[in-house]
Unconditional design. Sequence first.
Length: 315
Amino acid sequence: MSDTTSRRFTPASMQDFTSTARDVAAAYGIKLSSAQEHLARLYGFEDFHEVRAHLVKQPSPGPYRGDVGFGVALARMAGNRLKERDGSVIWPVFRRGLDDLALYDRPHDRRAWMRFQDAIDQELDPEFVAPEKNLPVDEYAEFSVRDAQYIDCHQIEGSFTQTTLGRRVWEALMYLTEGFDDLQEEQDRQRVADQVQRIMENHPNNPYPGAVLVGLYCAGREWSNPSADRRLARWLMPIAQRSIDRFADLIPKGFRGEIEPNLVGHWIENFSYSSVLYFGGIAADVAGNPALAKKWWNRCRRACRRDPFGGGGAG
C-alpha cells in the first residue's frame, strides 16, 4: 500500500487515467506503460495495478482541484516532479511539465485545458500561419471600468482582460521570452525576437505581441550606437504605434480613470499597456521624434500617476 494516501486521487475511469497518462508520456518522452506507473504514484497509489484494482470497485472519483483541503493541495504540490523510484528526476522534452497537464481536474475541464495547451503549441510552431489574420482587437482582449472605493477616496479604474484566444497567444509569448535577459549571444536573443515577431504578424490586431517585442528590444538597451540605434528605433515606432492604437480601441472614449499596471488579477494585461507607452516613447525619442515620445510618456503617466517606470526618460 502506498504511503501517500493522504493525497490519493481517484480518476473518473480507466479511460480518463489512460488519457492523462498518454499526455504525461508525450510531455516527458517516455513509454505509456512507464507514464502509467508514474501517474499512479502521483495519484497516491503504489503502482498501476493498484489503480486498476481500485477502479474495478467503481469508487467515487476525486477529490478534484478546488475540492481539496490545504494540506492535500500542499501534498500534491510536493509531488509535481516526475521521479524514478531511485529519486532521479525525469525532465520534460518541451514546455509542458506536470503543472501544465491538469492532473487533478474534472475530465471535461481537463479536456478543455489540454485543447488550450495544444493551441499554445500551435502558436509556437515556426511553420504555423494563422488562418484568419484580421480578427478585431476585441477577439484578444476586453476593457472594463469600475468605481473603486477605498478608505480615503474613490477612483475610476480600468482594466484589460485577455480572452481565451488572447491568453493563448500570451502564453506562447511568455514561453518564448522566459530567460531572455540571461541570453548572452546576440544570435540567441535575435532568434527569440524573430519568433515573437512571427506571432505578432499572425495576430496583427492583438496589441500584446507588439508590446512584448518593443520591450524586448528597448528594456536595458544602452543605445550606444547612434546610427544603428536610430534604424532600430524607426523600425520599432510603427510597431509601438499599432499596439498603442489597438489598446486605445478597447478603451471607451472619454475614459479618465487610471489603468493600474500592477492591479491584482490584471497585472499581465494592464502592465503591457504601460510598457509599450514607456518603451515606445524611448524608441520615438531615439528615432528623433521627441514630440511623440512626450505624448506617449504623458499618456503612460496619466494612465497611472504612480509612474511604474520611475520617470526615467519621461522627465
